[in-house]
Design a protein around this ligand. Structure first.
Ligand code: UN1
Length: 510
């Protein structure tokens, strides 16, 4: 292993991918290699788990839950604060590992650790401020209120593109809510998960709660599908494709479990003729090229007003020409590789199809002739009725569409089956509020003069339609990780008064 910093994170040449109750098990599954997408070379390998070890993981999570749920929430918060401090201490190393393993540029790799730190801060605050409702009872001398209880061990399934931040959205909130958890990370980012698990073990075992965070790396058939049908996991929070989410939702619903789904996006930026183009171009560049187009919030479509479309295209093309592509660990790089060979092939096939459907490639569209999985970011002039516009290709392909009015642009924004993020660039207050009105954007995120990606953790993150409907991170997303109990207390010494005015068992006076 040539990267010495990995030792600091507890990463060896060969690692166990299964951790139950703070104990690394000898996984009996196949060896999985973690590949650096910038070189195609192996970083280290992981011994995966299978169905046998899965049972041990679940048992550990169940046992930990019984103790953890009784620890007062602010005390749970104090332990999450210690996790936060470890993330801050190892921010550089963890950020570098993210870059190395999934190819996002180092600024974004470290940004992801910052997202986990922010999330921990948020969770610690929440641990002392969980809101609750007291409701007026219609009965005399009765109190009515709600109590939120921990839900149980939670299943967390994450994708490669945010290998730690999306875990943090779920895990840190679940932890302060009193839940234990089982994490199945992407097979493309096992080392980041193992490094994170080492931190969790260090902090949690000090307090006797090692089983709160557990790790299960293994193939979907052995681990993911088991989690989906496992009644011992009352909630499955899953990030990934719409197809994965559809199957997951069905399997979990079959056993009346809950799902929290964060699936595909097909996000558009509308640029009106009154927009400040400099701001729009900067945001489009970050949204479409950032993370090499592999965020669920990536900008995939530009809906440009016909009056500014040509200028926008020529300025955007100029900006694309200046994007430095290369080693994600080099601070001068703006765009790293795609995650793997398959992703490159998918992009190339998508471009073939786009051309067949009448799309015109204005810039990019190439696979780079060098080691690793590099492509050039691509701009496509797209006809409005191009079927490929419906598809989320997880690659830096940006479609330019033309509109004549805001109404038409909103219709185009909403015409796809996904509903995650959306943005409008305008300096007109009527446009702005129309976009944010009930007849405006139908997405879970609607931004004005800000691009589609890069959401802060304080808001609820997620989207409508085939994006899955889940909300994670801030706002009241914590409710998904708890169960609600409505409580009514009769504090009189009298027999209970019945609601709806019902008299029962006492003879009516004539
Ligand atoms: C994702 O791509 O799955 O808003 C999450 C953003 C990030 C999260 C993206 N904070 O772009």
């Amino acid at each position: 292993m040539e990267h010495s910093f990995l030792k600091k994170l507890g990463i060896e040449k060969e690692n166990s991918g299964i951790c139950a109750g703070g104990v690394w098990l000898k996984g009996s599954g196949e060896i999985l290699d973690s590949i650096n997408p910038a070189t195609g070379q192996k970083i280290a390998s992981v011994r995966q788990g299978n169905a046998n070890e899965y049972e041990e993981v679940i048992t550990a999570a169940q046992e930990a839950f019984k103790l953890w749920r009784n620890l007062p929430a602010p005390k749970r918060g104090e332990i999450v604060r210690e996790l936060r401090n470890e993330f801050a201490q190892y921010k550089k190393e963890l950020g570098t590992l993210v870059s190395l393993e999934v190819g996002k540029i180092i600024a974004e790799g470290e940004g992801e650790i910052q997202e986990a730190i922010d999330m921990a801060d948020y969770a610690v605050g929440l641990s002392r401020s969980f809101p609750g409702k007291v409701l007026p009872s219609e009965r005399p001398e009765h109190h009515m209120y709600e109590i939120w209880h921990p839900l149980g061990p939670v299943g967390i399934i994450t994708a490669f593109n945010f290998p730690i931040a999306v875990w943090a959205w779920n895990a840190l909130i679940a932890a302060v809510c009193g839940d234990s958890m089982v994490w199945k990370p992407s097979s493309e980012a096992p080392l980041t998960a193992i490094a994170t698990q080492h931190i969790c073990n260090r902090v949690l075992s000090k307090h006797g709660f090692a089983g709160v965070c557990n790790l299960a790396i293994g193939p979907s058939e052995d681990i993911g599908e088991k989690m989906a049908s496992d009644r011992r996991l009352p909630l499955i929070s899953a990030t990934g494709s719409c197809n994965m989410g559809k199957k997951m939702a069905q399997t979990v619903a079959e056993r009346f479990g809950k799902t929290l789904l964060e699936l595909g996006g097909n996000n558009a930026i509308i640029v009106m003729d009154d927009a400040t183009l400099d701001t729009a171009i900067q945001s489009i560049l970050f949204g479409a090229v950032g993370t090499a187009g592999q965020r669920c919030t990536t900008t995939r479509r530009i809906i440009a007003h016909k009056k500014i479309k040509d200028e926008l295209i020529s300025r955007l093309t100029l900006a694309y020409k200046q994007v430095s592509i290369g080693d994600p660990l080099d601070t001068n790089t703006l765009m790293g590789p795609l995650i793997n060979e398959k992703a490159v092939n998918t992009m190339m096939h998508a471009l073939e199809q786009i051309k067949k459907e009448g799309g015109k490639i204005l810039f990019g569209g190439e696979k780079l002739d060098r080691e690793g999985f590099f492509v050039t970011p691509t701009i496509v002039l797209a006809p409005k009725d191009m079927p490929m516009l419906e598809k989320e290709t997880f690659a830096p392909i940006l479609y330019i569409l033309e509109c004549e009015s805001l109404d038409e642009a909103i219709e185009m924004n909403n015409s796809v089956s996904q509903g995650l993020s959306s943005a409008l660039f305008t300096n007109n207050v009527q446009n702005e509020h129309k976009f944010l009105s009930p007849e405006g954007s139908d997405c879970g995120i609607a931004n004005v003069n800000i691009g589609t990606s890069g959401a802060e953790i304080g808001g609820a993150f997620g989207g409508e339609k085939e994006t899955g409907g889940g909300r994670e991170a801030g706002s009241d997303s914590w409710k998904a990780y708890m169960r609600r109990q409505t409580v009514t207390v009769n504090y009189s010494k009298k027999p209970p008064a019945l609601s709806q005015g019902i008299q029962f068992g006492t003879p009516k006076k004539k």
